[in-house]
Design a protein around this ligand. Structure first.
Ligand SMILES: [Zn+2]
Length: 169
């Protein structure tokens, strides 16, 4: 199943700034009705995709995405990834779908971690913005919440919170 099929087209990075990608991700999350700490896999299903760890065949990554068409894509996750890792990776792959295949208009596409760094950065920025919206993050910090409380609130890892805190100053 992992054969590299020559018929795949290459995804293209947006080359937007980190700020732009994160703002876009926040807006997208809001539009899709995603609430912080909410069910990200539900959002994937709303967009016509599915999340599965049943056909995992890639030892080198935590997740990858295959886009067959608009509203037809699969996010494959490592069965070893659990909880917050699984959520962040799902948001990351969703970022690839929305940013790099333009909601499946560009297809068929398969994006793994072996792809360009730029694609991976953008997907990570998307995931951070999607899962941890700026205004809410800043409000909780102002209230004096610590990283563990933020991680619990957004249902993300401590390291994801630390990175977000640094980016948001
Ligand atoms: Zn990726």
């Amino acid at each position: 199943m992992v054969t590299l099929d020559k018929s795949y087209v290459s995804p293209v990075p947006t080359n937007w700034t980190q700020q732009s990608v994160q703002d876009f991700a926040e807006t997208t999350a809001a539009k899709l009705g995603y609430q912080p700490g909410g069910d990200i896999e539900h959002v994937v299903r709303l967009l016509g995709g599915m999340v599965t760890d049943e056909h995992w065949d890639s030892p080198s990554a935590t997740g990858y995405i295959e886009v067959r068409d608009s509203r037809d894509f699969t996010i494959n996750l490592s069965p070893l990834a659990s909880g917050t890792r699984r959520r962040f990776t799902t948001a990351h792959e969703l970022g690839h779908y929305i940013l790099h295949t333009h909601m499946g208009k560009l297809h068929p596409v398969r994006i793994t971690r072996e792809g360009s760094n730029r694609l991976e950065w953008e997907a990570n920025w998307f995931a951070a913005g999607f899962l941890m919206p700026t205004a809410e993050f800043k409000r909780l910090v102002k209230e004096g919440r610590n990283d563990a409380e933020l991680a619990f609130h957004f249902d993300v890892s401590m390291s994801a919170v630390e990175i977000r805190r640094t980016v948001l100053g």
